[in-house]
Design a protein around this ligand. Sequence first.
Ligand SMILES: NC(=O)c1ccc[n+]([C@@H]2O[C@H](COP(=O)([O-])OP(=O)(O)OC[C@H]3O[C@@H](n4cnc5c(N)ncnc54)[C@H](OP(=O)(O)O)[C@@H]3O)[C@@H](O)[C@H]2O)c1
Length: 229
Amino acid sequence: MRYVITGASRGIGFEFVQQLLRRGDTVDAGVRSPEGARRLEPLTREVGNRLRIHALDVESDASIRSFAADVCAAPVDVLINNAGVSGLWCAFTEVDYTDLARTLAVNALGPLRVTSALLPALRRGAVRKVAHVSSRMGSVSSNTEGGAYAYRMSKAALNMGVRTLANDLRAEGLTTVLLHPGWVQTDMGGPQATLPAVDSVRGMLRVIDGMGPEHSGRFFDYQGEEVPW
Ligand SMILES: NC(=O)c1ccc[n+]([C@@H]2O[C@H](COP(=O)([O-])OP(=O)(O)OC[C@H]3O[C@@H](n4cnc5c(N)ncnc54)[C@H](OP(=O)(O)O)[C@@H]3O)[C@@H](O)[C@H]2O)c1
């Protein structure tokens, strides 16, 4: 199967690439910078052309267009929209609205733009799945804390976008879900995080593998439990 992963340079995205290659899949990995590409390059020595590395900044229309032009030459089976930023975690009176707008652009608009650009290749794919790495922090009903406006608002907007997308694309057999990866030991998750990336990604791949039309537009954690909106 052919997978496309955004934000593949480190953290959860990098772990997705490793696990998919290990089980024999083909991966097109989007990375934002040449340093990110360099981190993935050693893997190409082991798997040859099963891993292709592409430049991708999900905030930039031009970058998404050029990424899609490369990737859409062949059918895509599964797209994993993983790239994300944390935004500034601060109290209400300290919210930086430039940062908030950028966080929305990356976390909420980016995944929808990438999905839209890759739709022609997804339509030609065998399984037509799109997984979005969201966060429980975007759950409105389970939020009992203040702060982290940019991150919470961006993931809540992503959740609504993906739910709407599921309704729009259901008729053509495209399945899309939202995933909460747990609190994962990455640069974003920080040193206190409880879950190794390897376990989070193993769980999310199990959820993605089991995804069918009945799951479209729903929000699951890495263990397959439904997350409240
Ligand atoms: N870690 C957690 O506990 C946790 C919990 C819930 C949800 N999540 C979500 O999981 C996803 C991955 O997070 P992570 O923990 O692996 O974070 P991370 O270690 O900070 O990695 C983030 C990845 O996203 C990429 N990225 C950031 N901005 C981008 C842009 N504009 N265009 C393309 N790529 C971009 C980064 O690329 P560069 O290397 O170029 O910066 C990096 O590859 C995110 O969507 C995050 O919100 C994480």
